[in-house]
Design a protein around this ligand. Structure first.
Ligand code: UD1
Ligand code: CA
Length: 447
């Protein structure tokens, strides 16, 4: 059965107190909307339609960035969830199959849960709603049901005291044949406490038309929506807990899991060791058997087998480390390929560079890559030895097996096997320090 995803993302989210549309707030470095899309895309939908409104251009850009094939439609006035779904109708012209409605601010619905909803559809239910037992039902819509047979949904604002005592609540996720859904939506009015067109009204209308409606349930944690900054922090915590568990289940050791922060797309291979307080930005892949030592920060980088990173290392976008490379404390690597077995162990900046296999970069080395206008490359050959505190003024190349003397400022290419010294000649004066000290001591005593 073909499926179409309809993701509602037009709301402002006024309780966020933000200039950014709510669905663009991030959990684990991805917008809430992208989390919702990833959840929905587990069903391999044939079409994805995002209903944008507040901050529509920014929402559209974020949606396109994640999925260039998604259709973004606009809901210029937020007249309710039912009205929002109707905005997707034109974009789904000619589509025959199931429509699944998700909210852009509800990031954690699991693939299995969405699949269970489609299974209920396949088993004959005309409309399927995702419900959950709420610890505190508060403002949620209540599911008036008999077992899994759903009769109608009543919004909290419109509910009687009896209905308010129902704990089974509406998550907002709904699945139905697309044509049926739009036909039911045509009948939805706005004569209710909010004056809105409620998507939830389609259940009562379906039942009146002798169609069947079923509830599929999931744990409350999955349906967690984000309405406030506190919710956003709670969502981040939930995501991190899930991701840490997943990393350990997949064979990584996390010494202090609660101190490690992942991005939505972090990939760790087997037997990776992650020490305390390691933080991942987006786009990090760490291969098997690498060790990430304490307090390191990684973003947009690739760490190969057997590398040791940190403690206190920073890998920035484009850091590409081959097998067994070592990056030590207070070392920053950006847009640089570090080949097999190379060592950059202390207090160093390597940016826009290539470091050859087995090269050793001394403490305090800097690739001077930026002149204020342009970035320039540094190439260091294999087996090269860069003396401590070498300034490599790019563009510059140090050949294979070459050496630079400590404290050198290297502005010209160094041939393979050569030694380059770029520093003032040392001058030593015998006894000078002793005489100077005596003179200064005498001067001080006279005061
Ligand atoms: C909705 C449900 C409620 C459910 C709750 C779960 C309705 C009428 N009520 O209530 O039963 O328990 O979600 O969180 O459906 N949106 C639009 N355009 C609109 C209105 C909303 O795109 O015109 C989007 C919002 O951006 C949001 C989602 O739809 O992502 C839900 O809207 P919201 O106003 O938060 O619905 P609730 O009142 O919470
Ligand atoms: Ca809401």
């Amino acid at each position: 059965m073909p499926t179409a995803l309809i993701v509602l993302a037009a709301g402002q989210g006024s309780r966020m107190q933000s200039d950014l549309p709510k669905v663009l707030h991030q959990v684990a470095h991805a917008p809430l909307l992208v989390h919702a899309l990833i959840a929905g895309q587990s069903l391999s939908p044939d079409r994805t339609v995002i209903v944008a409104g507040h901050g529509g251009d920014a929402v559209e850009a974020a949606a396109r960035d994640h999925d260039p094939e998604a259709t973004v439609v606009r809901q210029t006035e937020q007249l309710g969830t039912g009205h929002a779904v109707q905005q997707a109708q034109a974009a789904l012209d000619g589509f025959a199959g199931d429509a699944i409605v998700l909210y852009g601010d509800t990031p954690f619905i699991r693939a299995e849960t969405l699949q269970a909803m489609l299974d209920a559809r396949a088993a004959g239910a005309d409309v399927v709603v995702l419900g959950f037992e709420a610890a505190d039902p508060g403002r949620y819509g209540r599911l008036v049901a008999d077992g899994d047979r759903l009769e109608r949904i009543v919004e909290a604002k419109d509910a009687t005291p009896d209905e308010l005592s129902i704990r089974l609540c509406n998550s907002g996720v709904l699945a139905a044949d697309a044509a049926t859904l739009f036909a039911l939506l045509d009948q939805v009015g706005n004569d209710n406490a909010s004056g809105e067109y409620y998507l939830t009204d389609v259940i009562g209308l379906a039942r009146a038309a002798r169609l069947s409606a079923r509830v599929v349930t999931c744990p409350e944690a999955e349906t967690m929506g984000v309405n406030t900054r506190m919710d956003l922090a709670a969502a981040e915590a939930t995501f991190q807990t899930r991701k840490r568990t997943e990393a350990m289940e997949n064979g990584a050791t996390l010494t202090a899991p609660e101190t490690v922060f992942f991005a939505h797309d972090t990939y760790l291979g087997r037997d990776v060791i992650v020490e305390p307080n390691v933080v991942f930005g987006p786009g990090v892949t760490v291969e098997s058997g690498a060790t990430l030592r304490a307090f390191s920060h990684l973003e947009g980088c690739h760490v190969s087998e057997g590398c040791v990173i940190g403690p206190y290392a920073r890998l920035r976008p484009g850091a590409e480390l081959d097998r067994g490379a070592k990056i030590g404390n207070f070392v920053e690597v950006k847009n640089a390929q570090v080949h097999e077995g190379a060592k950059i162990n202390h207090l160093t900046y390597v940016g826009d560079a290539e470091v050859g296999a087995r090269a050793n970069i001394g403490a305090g080395t800097v690739t001077c890559n930026y002149d204020g206008y342009f970035k320039h490359r540094t190439e260091i050959g294999e087996d090269a030895f860069i003396g401590s505190s070498t300034m490599l003024v790019a563009p510059v190349r140090v050949g294979a097996g070459a050496m630079t003397g400590s404290g050198s400022v290297i502005t010209m290419d160094v041939a393979d096997g050569a030694l380059a010294l770029g520093r003032a000649q040392q001058v030593t004066r015998e006894g000078f320090a002793t005489r100077l000290r005596a003179k200064l001591k005498a001067a001080k005593e006279k005061r």
